[in-house]
Design a protein around this ligand. Structure first.
Ligand code: TYD
Length: 202
């Protein structure tokens, strides 16, 4: 079972991942939590570069995200799934499609292909996409990292790319209203997770 969380910066995704993993811990579920970029020692070094280096070109940036993902999939995610653990990922391949493929204009199809290459076709069974209008998202962020300093237009594109992905894969994605209050969102996520588990869909 592999669950990912996606959303534009400032969508409240981080809070929801935290609440969800707290819930799993309380329930005694055997799970691991990973974040992207990062999640491995190598990946965390890449993360430091990605979040601060202003000289990165779009292609160099994409390839660093992919390198981090390749390492994470092979050394952490696959072994955990093989042991029957639940994997919870704060961002995964869809982020690269939305941010680099569409918003940065590198091409959605090429990024999907590269994702496929680095993950060996591994996809989450369930992806919670926390949806929020760009204005609300940006107004929540106080300190912006390099990527977050992009303008509103950039994040409009990121959001559009996610919404397109949801249309393409409606069974994998669950659209979550990120403007509801924290607890309402959390309860919705937990109910959806429990229902899917019961249906044996994941
Ligand atoms: P992070 O601090 O983890 O942000 P968040 O809390 O929003 O997840 O920073 C990750 C940043 O990297 C975020 O702006 C999204 C971006 N990103 C990409 O552009 N492509 C990717 O493939 C991934 C995984 C993240």
């Amino acid at each position: 079972m592999f669950i990912s969380f996606e959303g534009i910066d400032g969508s409240g995704k981080g809070t929801q991942v935290q609440l969800f993993t707290d819930y799993l811990r309380k329930k005694g579920v055997d799970f691991i939590y990973v974040r992207e970029p990062g999640g491995t020692p190598f990946g965390e070094q890449i993360r430091n570069i990605l979040l601060v280096d202003r000289t990165l070109t779009a292609k160099a940036e994409l390839l660093l995200f992919l390198a981090s993902r390749a390492q994470l999939v092979e050394t952490i995610i696959k072994p955990a799934l093989a042991q029957g653990k639940l994997v919870v990922a704060d961002r995964f391949a869809d982020s690269s499609v939305a941010y680099q493929g569409f918003a940065r204009g590198l091409g959605v199809n090429i990024v999907k292909e590269l994702n496929n290459f680095v993950t060996d076709g591994l996809k989450p069974n369930l992806t919670f996409y926390i949806d929020i209008p760009v204005e609300s998202a940006l107004s929540r962020k106080k300190q912006l990292d390099r990527i977050e300093e992009e303008g509103k237009e950039f994040f409009r594109k990121v959001r559009k790319a996610y919404l397109d992905l949801i249309e393409e894969e409606p069974d994998r994605f669950v659209l979550v209203n990120g403007e509801a209050d924290e607890l309402t969102i959390h309860n919705f996520i937990v109910e959806t997770f429990e229902r899917r588990k019961k249906q044996n869909a994941i």
